[in-house]
Write a protein that binds this ligand. Structure first.
Ligand code: SF4
Length: 369
């Protein structure tokens, strides 16, 4: 038996140990192919790549100021879970939320990995910069980041708390929490950084980044906020299943109404989908079964920077987005139903304004940047 076959067999035994059979594993690879923009025909290639990932890259997963919802989403997804697959592709050496050890034992794990270096650092949670507002093992979280980011080969900021502070950094932000990118800049540390904005993060985004790297040997194309274009290149509004209702002027005006039961557009009850860029409608959560709007909740815009303050109140229509010639969103949305054909143009106009507001422009290939 060749070395590659041995590695492949070890991988298959490992996933079987977790109760995943080969058929389900291939199915998962098919879904993953779609997540990174490939045809499902690439599933066997992805399976082979994962099986032959001879040396599992080490990962250190730090938890700072957050609810640990991204870790929860990671370990409690559908079958097979992202964790099932990731834990067999990567060597997650440290994640204090899910590891059994504690105290000096885990401090030792961190010290050993720091010395060895060469790991991928995943950061979950914002970084408090006010003294004694966020400490681990007697050290400031900023100090822990400094120690662990230095020897890392790359950093992944998972969830909106990690990218810009998220919920813990909402006004008045007493702990002066900042995101990973800002914290690294404060510390003068330069590392390749991937930002995975969302609250909580969908674990499939992380799987896609890892598989993309193993398959293509490079990091995915990023937008100007350091987010993979394959997940953040289009707005939620662009792919929303309720978009026809928006274009047709059919809105939920109030919860508990007939319009709500008919699953009309949630724009008037606060949906931030027109200004939010994420693949939520395409990938969906909980094993690709549902997402916020499908479940009847307006998008809160949690994949956008500063969303907690920028998009509050969450159940108010987006301010400042004008439908040309209609005197503002509210006026425009009221009139849209009467002239559905013009409304389609209005929807496109909203997208254009949102695109401008988010700073995206068209790239040479016509894709948004
Ligand atoms: Fe969907 Fe929200 Fe856009 Fe309506 S406003 S189409 S619910 S994303």
């Amino acid at each position: 038996m060749g070395k590659k076959d041995e590695v492949s067999n070890r991988f298959l035994q490992a996933i079987e140990f977790r109760g995943i059979n080969r058929r389900d594993f291939l199915k998962y690879c098919g879904v993953t192919a779609a997540l990174i923009g490939l045809s499902e025909l690439h599933a066997p290639k992805i399976a082979a790549t994962l099986e032959k990932a001879a040396k599992r890259p080490p990962v250190i997963w730090l938890n700072f100021a957050s609810c640990s919802g991204c870790t929860e989403a990671f370990i409690k997804a559908s079958y097979p879970t992202a964790a099932d697959v990731i834990l067999d592709i990567l060597s997650v050496n440290y994640n204090e939320t899910i590891m059994a050890a504690s105290g000096n034992q885990v401090e030792e794990v961190l010290a050993q990995n720091r010395k060895a270096g060469g790991y991928i650092l995943i950061v979950e949670g914002g970084v408090p910069t006010k003294k004694e507002f966020g400490m681990i093992g007697g050290k400031e979280m900023l100090e822990v980041l400094k120690e662990m980011a230095g020897p890392a080969v790359a950093v992944v900021a998972i969830g909106s708390c990690a990218t810009d502070g998220g919920v813990p950094a909402a006004k008045p932000n007493p702990a002066k929490i900042i995101g990973t990118e800002a914290a690294l800049a404060t510390l003068g540390i330069k590392k390749p950084l991937i930002n995975l904005d969302r609250c909580a993060q969908n674990p499939d985004y992380l799987v896609g980044v890892v598989v993309n790297y193993l398959l293509l040997k490079k990091l995915p194309e990023l937008d100007k906020l350091g987010r993979p274009m394959m997940y953040y290149g289009q707005s939620i509004h662009d792919n929303c299943e309720r978009r026809a209702h928006f274009d047709g002027g059919r809105f939920v005006e109030k919860f508990g109404t007939k319009e709500e039961s008919l699953q009309y557009c949630l724009y008037k009850v606060g949906c931030k989908g027109p200004m939010t860029y994420s693949a939520c409608p395409k990938i969906q959560d909980n094993g690709h079964t549902s997402w916020c709007v499908k479940a009847g909740a307006p998008c809160l815009g949690c994949a956008e920077r500063g969303w907690t303050d920028k998009f509050a109140g969450f159940y108010e229509p987006l301010p400042g987005v004008e439908i040309p010639g209609r005197g503002g969103v509210e006026a425009g949305a009221d009139k849209i139903g009467a002239v559905a054909a013009v409304a389609t143009a209005a929807g496109i106009a909203i997208h254009a304004v949102a695109t401008k507001a988010s700073g995206r422009t068209k790239g040479k290939d016509g894709g948004e940047k």
